[in-house]
Design a protein around this ligand. Structure first.
Ligand code: ADP
Ligand code: MG
Length: 282
C-alpha cells in the first residue's frame, strides 16, 4: 500500500530567518534522496515560487484558488526541481476571504488530502505571521520545523509560536508538534551566536537539529537563477548543510536507510575515473 505523505510546515512569525530558503532546500535535498516531494507556497510574497523561476506576476492559478475557490491542488502544481504549488500576490486576500467561511482553519488540510498518497513529503512555506494562513499550515501538518536565526531576539519569538501551536493542538489538530528547530545563519566566530545555540539546546534538547546552517551569500545568489542552493552550488557547503538536514529529517521519520547511501557510494565508485586500488609500497 502506498504510504501517506509526511506533512511538515516551516514556520516562524519572524521574517528573514530562512523559512523560504529552508523549505526549498530541504525539499530538494529530500528529492535527491529519492523522495517524492511537494512544496506549498503559502506566502503572498511568493518568494519560494520565484526561487524556482515561476513567473508569479502572470500566475493564472495559485494557492488562493485552492484555499478560497476549492480548486484541486493538482490543477496548480508546477513541476520544477520539485513539485511546487505556487502563490501569487492575490493570496494576501485569502485570510480575509477565508475568515467568513466555516472550517476556515482546515481549508489547506482538506486540499492536501487527495494528494497525500502521491508524495512522501509535503512541505509548506508560511508567511512571517501567525495569521490564518500559518494556522492552516499548522492544522494540515504533522510537524513544524522552526528555522531560528542564532540570536537572542529570535529565540524570544519561539515562546509565542509555541503558544499558538498549543492552541492549534487543543482546538484543531491534536497531533501537531514541533518536529525540529533549525539554527540558521550560524556564525561560530561570534560568542553571541554560540551562546544563542547553547540557550536553544538547553531549552529544547534533541528537538534542535544537529546541523547548523552557516552564513553564505550562496543562499541569496541561487534564487536569482531560479535554482535551489543544491542545484546552484551542488558541491558547495550550502548544499551540504541542507543535505545533512534532510538526512536528519529522514532519520527522525525512520525513513533513513544506510542502504541508500551505500548504493550511491557504489554507483560513484563504478565511474570510469575511479581510482584503482592503491597498494602500499613495500
Ligand atoms: N544561511 C544563510 N546565510 C546567509 N543568508 C541567508 C541564509 N539563509 C537565507 N539567507 C538570506 O536571507 C534572506 C531571508 O531568507 P528567507 O529564506 O527569505 O527568510 P524568510 O522566509 O524566513 O523570510 C534571503 O535574502 C536569503 O537569501
Ligand atoms: Mg519567506
Amino acid at each position: 500500500m502506498a504510504r501517506s505523505a509526511r506533512i511538515l510546515a516551516m514556520a516562524n512569525q519572524k521574517g528573514g530567518v530562512a523559512k523560504t530558503t529552508s523549505s526549498l532546500n530541504v525539499a530538494v535535498a529530500l528529492r535527491e534522496k529519492g523522495m517524492r516531494v511537494l512544496v506549498v507556497d503559502l506566502d503572498p510574497q511568493s518568494n519560494l515560487s520565484m526561487s524556482q523561476g515561476i513567473d508569479v506576476e502572470n500566475l493564472d492559478l495559485g494557492m488562493f484558488d485552492v484555499l478560497v475557490r476549492s480548486l484541486p491542488i493538482t490543477d496548480i502544481v508546477q513541476v520544477c526541481e520539485i513539485d511546487v504549488a505556487p502563490a501569487g500576490i492575490e493570496l494576501a486576500g485569502a485570510e480575509l476571504a477565508l475568515s467568513s467561511m466555516i472550517g476556515r482553519e482546515r481549508a489547506l488540510a482538506r486540499a492536501l488530502q487527495p494528494v497525500a498518497g502521491a508524495y512522501d513529503y509535503i512541505i509548506m512555506d508560511t508567511p512571517p505571521s501567525l495569521g490564518l494562513l500559518t494556522i492552516n499550515a499548522m492544522v494540515a501538518a504533522q510537524g513544524v520545523i522552526v528555522p531560528v536565526q542564532c540570536e537572542y531576539l529570535s529565540l524570544r519569538g519561539l515562546a509565542q509560536l509555541q503558544q499558538t501551536l498549543g492552541q492549534v493542538r487543543e482546538h484543531l489538530n491534536p497531533d501537531v508538534d514541533i518536529f525540529g528547530i533549525l539554527p540558521t545563519m550560524y556564525d561560530g566566530r561570534t560568542m553571541h551566536c554560540r551562546e544563542a545555540v547553547d540557550v536553544l539546546t538547553a531549552s529544547f534538547g534533541d528537538t534542535v537539529f544537529r546541523t547548523r546552517i552557516g552564513k553564505t551569500v550562496r543562499f541569496a545568489e541561487a534564487p536569482v537563477q531560479g535554482q535551489s542552493a543544491l542545484k546552484f552550488d551542488s558541491a558547495g557547503q550550502s548544499a551540504r548543510w541542507y543535505r545533512q538536514v534532510a538526512r536528519e529529517v529522514l532519520e527522525r521519520d525512520g525513513r533513513w536507510t544506510d542502504d541508500l547511501e551505500r548504493m550511491r557510494a557504489k554507483q560513484s565508485s563504478h565511474s570510469p575515473n575511479a581510482q584503482p586500488n592503491l597498494r602500499l609500497a613495500s
